[in-house]
Ligand binder design. Sequence first.
Ligand code: AMP
Length: 396
Amino acid sequence: MSWKTLDDMEFKGKVALVRVDINVPVENGQVSDATRIEAVLPTIRHITSAGGKAVLLAHFGRPRGKPVPEMSLAQIRPALEAALGQPVGFAGDCIGLPAKRAVGDLNDGQVLLLENTRFHEGEEANDPEFAAALGALGEIYVNDAFSASHRAHASTEALAHLLPACAGRLMEAEMRALEKALGNPERPLAAVVGGAKVSTKLALLENLVAKVDHLVIGGGMANTFMAAQGREVGNSLCEHGLAENARAILARASETGCRVLLPVDLVVAREFRAGAAHEVVAECPGDAMILDAGPESVAAIKTVFDACRTLIWNGPLGAFEIEPFDRATVECARHAAELTREERLVSVAGGGDTVSALNRAGVAGDFSHISTAGGAFLEWMEGRELPGVAALTAER
Ligand code: AMP
């Protein structure tokens, strides 16, 4: 991989256009979770302390190519200032005169936030003219928005071809971790794929069976596989219509030598609620539903982890939001964390619910890398080239 980082650039006196993902949740006008803001601070600080001017490009919500006041980035500015500990300028448009003036007024070491790039149709259309209007504002392009890089938008793709370009610190961390986990992993390599449905993760499973040595399938999606093998799943969440796809994935796995681990024992209940009466069984009774993997399955998963050097994890192994059906997810996550602490395992996890499941297990900080990228992480697990990443690695 040949791509540049902040360390390859000279920022002194230069205007750096920095694509960030600060599409944070806002409740009653207040940022309710500033994780994404915190995550881009190292990049902004690197540029400002090197004497550069950091001009932030970002989207917020889905305004669909026109200005929508409720989706103004102006409301994110106070949280950004608080996190950075310095004032942040704001321009009411990301191109044209307002943007030019605001950039022109910047001193070295200062930060400017431009209005929502998605207020222009050219952003999502990856329009060259819109990209050129953005590019005219700066001298260096920094992409620190891995989580937006699965979209070929002007601020993530076209712009990267117009200016000397590099990855910001967050982007760099994501790219390095993902390369280490799936691009060029130390083997044996295991993947855990859990969560509700096979339908949302078909492409991901198809890619993984060709690449990993062990595939642990858990959560609701394991039911679809078990049903496809003729096992009883009772009232469990199950996509019976995908039986053929599930069998094709298992067949492909046996061709590639990928060992698939499905639950060998099951935690079943009659109701989907916390504390519901439950039992551990080998086969699901017709009137019950599978809500978690049982202790033998957990032991088997831990044995797989013990034998591996690298682990990629997406999706919980059971209905982890309701106790006690979080047990398999929590126990396996803790084991992976322990192996990671002992430097026996490189562990990478990502995808919305996975992060909250690992937080619940109290081990998110112990994994080698937790991706906060959501959709981009899943597309990467599907083996797709992310346009924003490809643009950074392109020959110039
Ligand atoms: P996903 O967003 O596809 O990763 O799915 C996560 C969701 O799957 C969580 O809300 C879990 O509660 C749910 N889930 C996992 N296992 C089961 C199961 N056996 N039955 C019902 N829901 C499940």
